[in-house]
Design a protein around this ligand. Structure first.
Ligand code: HC0
Ligand code: SF4
Length: 571
């Protein structure tokens, strides 16, 4: 152990601990902007400067480690002044028109500017003119960037994609797309992890709320909205509401209040996905030699973009099942349109997703199977939906609960866990077991797939089918490791679930942002608890999915189901 003193407090920490972490261990907070533990410890912002007795210069505390006997002052006049100067330098290159920024009120730089009372300073006239591209699902706004490098590091280390890179030198240093490409031409998966890790508003999703307000105001449009599983675990975080209070049913009330005609649940389509994907898996498993292995889940568009660009020879291993969001859109503009007797072209489908990549998924030219129009018209992130609620002055704490509309509003426990890593696999195995054996397993029989490990493996024996070898992976760097191991023949599986975002959609790139906090696990736990509390925990027992097969699709994998619910990923 190393013994030292920080702000007159004795501290004892293991060798190699940074000064910043040593201070945190005794509840001394040193301000940071660029710091992300284990990912970005590079002293780019230089706001964590501290003074060390006997040392001539101030040093950044995030990338310097403790030494025996150090006497450190974190808030000496010199340290405080250095922080103010460094903050001013950051502000001199930053668009400080906070009223026009989506991160206003949730911006680390804005908070520090207030904390250090730099409110009278104006640099705006020196800003350079930029032409920011708002056409892609992920948008970068150059003049808001503080060159903290978090996006570069998260993309490299957590997602292994290396999309962002440092460009230029000196005062012209900035971040851009590596290899001088545009974001749209790059291999960006649009997972949005750079967005949720940006401390300011330099990265955000493309705002599509205007299109939704327009549709809501159009008397000819029948507006339908679906809510993804993981949204319910996070939507009210900005309002500081406990997830137990902030139920999906209160979100239904709010969405009705802003004018949607029908509020449905992506959980319905998640159960439908399990019927199709489970049947597909059993078909492949019983005709083993006709397919290449393993079969991969296909519901995460970040992962689908990843496999297409990084491991194209595995594209044929993807399940042909569309994602629940796309199955929902296709069913809404066919079965549901028929049921209520309207022209599907008049239905406007909005998805609320914890995800930015879903914006690119719904725009795929192949996702038009119901009536030739896009099956899903607009995807909003959880953050965009909250922005709409705010604009409409909705106060979630005052809302009562409203049930989802019928018939696309019923979901089971197996569906709600889709939003957490391991959930799709768990749900698929529950139903595959029933399809093979004719009886239900214990709904918790496959709990080995749960938990936050980035790469999980398990084997399950299903009577009549033998042993099924599965893997569950989340985060694209973990995924790359798994894919390389598969290529080298170091591992082999039958079925693999992949989610691009660490922890799955609960930690998705469209979820509320809390600086320096990873909430995928706690949000995921909300979803697993919802599953436990559901009376029905098997997708094949969803009564409205059963009715859809009975009245419209026939059976899983029928020609109509194939047309509406499956896709060719090479298409
Ligand atoms: Fe997900 Fe989904 S679970 S990808 O994370 O499969 O976005 O929540 O909606 O489509 O259901 C996201 C979340 C979904 C889809 C579902 C899947
Ligand atoms: Fe989107 Fe979920 Fe995939 Fe992340 S894990 S890219 S939130 S679908």
């Amino acid at each position: 152990m190393v013994n030292l003193t920080i702000d007159k407090k004795p501290v004892s920490v293991p060798e190699g601990t940074t000064i910043l972490e040593a201070a945190r261990s005794v509840n001394i907070a040193i301000p940071t902007l660029c710091y992300l533990k284990g990912i970005n410890e590079i002293a780019a912002c230089r706001l964590c400067m501290v003074e060390i007795e006997g040392f001539p210069r101030l040093i950044p505390s995030c990338d310097n480690v403790v030494a025996e006997g150090m006497v450190i002052h974190t808030n000496s006049p010199r340290a405080r002044e250095a922080r103010r100067v460094n903050l001013r330098l950051l502000l001199s290159q930053h668009d400080i028109r906070c009223t026009k920024c989506t991160r206003s009120g949730n911006c680390k730089l804005q908070t520090l500017t207030n904390d250090y009372n730099l409110l009278g300073e104006h640099y705006i006239k020196d800003l350079k003119q930029t032409q920011d591209d708002f056409s892609n699902p992920v948008v970068r706004i150059e003049n808001r960037c503080v060159r903290c490098m978090r996006c570069v590091q998260v993309c490299d280390k957590v997602q292994s994609m290396n999309i962002w890179d440092l460009m230029g030198t000196g005062s012209r240093t900035t971040i851009g797309v590596a290899n001088v490409r545009s974001l749209g031409d790059s291999d960006c998966t649009f997972c949005g992890q750079c967005v949720t890790h940006c401390p300011v508003g330099a990265l955000q999703e493309r705002d599509d709320t205007g299109k939704v307000f327009d549709a809501l105001a159009d008397p000819k449009k029948i507006t339908v909205v679906q809510i993804a599983p993981a949204v319910r675990a996070a939507w009210a975080e900005y309002y500081h509401l406990d997830p137990k209070f902030a139920t999906a049913q209160r979100m239904v009330t709010a969405l009705k209040q802003i004018g949607f005609d029908y509020v449905f649940d992506t959980d319905f389509a998640a159960d439908l996905t399990i019927m199709e994907e489970g049947s597909e898996f059993i078909h492949r498993f019983t005709h083993r030699d006709r397919y290449t292995w393993p079969m991969f889940t296909s519901c995460c568009p970040g992962w689908v973009r990843f496999v297409k660009s990084q491991f194209p020879r595995f594209v044929g291993n993807l399940s042909t099942a569309k994602s629940p969001q796309q199955m929902f859109g296709a069913v809404a503009k066919s079965y549901f349109a028929e049921k209520i007797g309207v022209d599907p072209h008049d239905i406007f489908v909005v998805s609320v997703m914890p995800c930015i990549a879903k914006k690119s998924e719904c725009a795929q030219p192949t996702m038009t199977d119901a009536c030739g129009d896009a099956d899903v018209d607009v995807v909003l992130t959880t953050r965009e939906m909250v922005r709409m609620f705010r604009g409409e002055q909705i106060l979630p704490a005052t809302l009562t609960e409203t049930p989802f509309d019928s018939p696309l509003g019923t979901g089971t426990g197996a569906a709600v866990i889709f939003g957490s890593t391991g959930g799709v696999m768990d749900a698929a195995l529950r139903t595959a077991y029933h399809m093979i054996t004719g009886s239900n397993p214990d709904p918790d029989a496959f709990s080995a797939v749960r938990g936050m490990d980035g790469w999980k493996e398990a084997r399950f024996t299903i009577p009549g089918a033998g042993t099924v070898r599965i893997a569950v992976v989340s985060g694209l760097a973990n995924t790359r490791h798994l894919m390389r191991a598969l290529e080298k023949g170091e591992v082999s599986y039958d079925f693999v679930e992949v989610m691009a975002c660490p922890g799955g959609c609960a930690g998705g790139g469209g979820q509320p942002i809390h600086d320096n906090m990873e909430l995928a696990e706690s949000r995921g736990n909300v979803l697993w608890a919802l599953d436990k509390a559901e009376p029905v925990r098997f997708s094949h027992e969803n009564p409205d999915v059963a009715a859809l097969y009975r009245d419209y699709l026939g059976s899983p994998m029928s020609p109509r189901a194939h047309h509406l619910l499956h896709t060719d990923h090479n298409g």
